[in-house]
Design a protein around this ligand. Sequence first.
Ligand SMILES: [Zn+2]
Length: 267
Amino acid sequence: MRYIEPHGHMVSRTTDDYLDMATAGCEAVCEPAFWAGYDRSSADGFADYFRQLTDYEPKRAAKFGLPHFCWLCINPKESEDVKLAEDVLALIPPLLDRPSVLGIGEIGLNKNSRNELIVLEKHIELAARHNQLILVHTPHLEDKLKGTRLIIDALRNDRRILPERVIIDHAEEHTIKMVLDAGFWAGMTLYPESKCTAARAVDIIDVYGSDRIWMNSACDWGVSVPLAVPRAALEMRRRGYPAEAIDRLIFQNPCRFLGQCPKFKIA
Ligand SMILES: [Zn+2]
């Protein structure tokens, strides 16, 4: 089995996780910028985090033979302070030329607040101006449906944004159709408790097929499973999906989306 982990917060994980992922057939890992589990006190905290993502973490992953890529932004959970967000956004343009930076993400909404929406629009503007791919985080549980609608509207409001260059992640049964119908890619996050279990994710594939869809573990500092993608592949195998269909979903699809950024190259 070979697969891509397109969404893992590896700065929060151990070297054992890298070893397990490489052993399971992982060929590359991509890390969107995210909340640290606490609010950073200034833009300097983000400058250090971006250095960790673009400099230190690729070296740590390389020790296990894994190419490491990242996405940059201020996450929606820390976007309530618009001035802080502006300071953080100003850090990003000079970093976009770094060899492992794939685009702007994971942006989006958390509580669907007015300020979050303002900062989301600033990120979309930044991505459009620099012709960057976009990775979107959608809110949790009861806020997801409304938040996904608001995000799709914000993306559509900017004519420069091509939907095939945007992936809207953490999609579930009630949001995946609207994401795909609007021409975007959809990500399914495999979590043991919230978001999708492997069984639910494969149910969704049964209904909607696997074109423009990827699966990820979104492993971070909370309850999450770095091997969730290969485990979901085992669930597909159990249900009779042929090897080619599994490979398309967990390897070829992420390569197709991410390959729109010429920097995404794996050996
Ligand atoms: Zn994430």
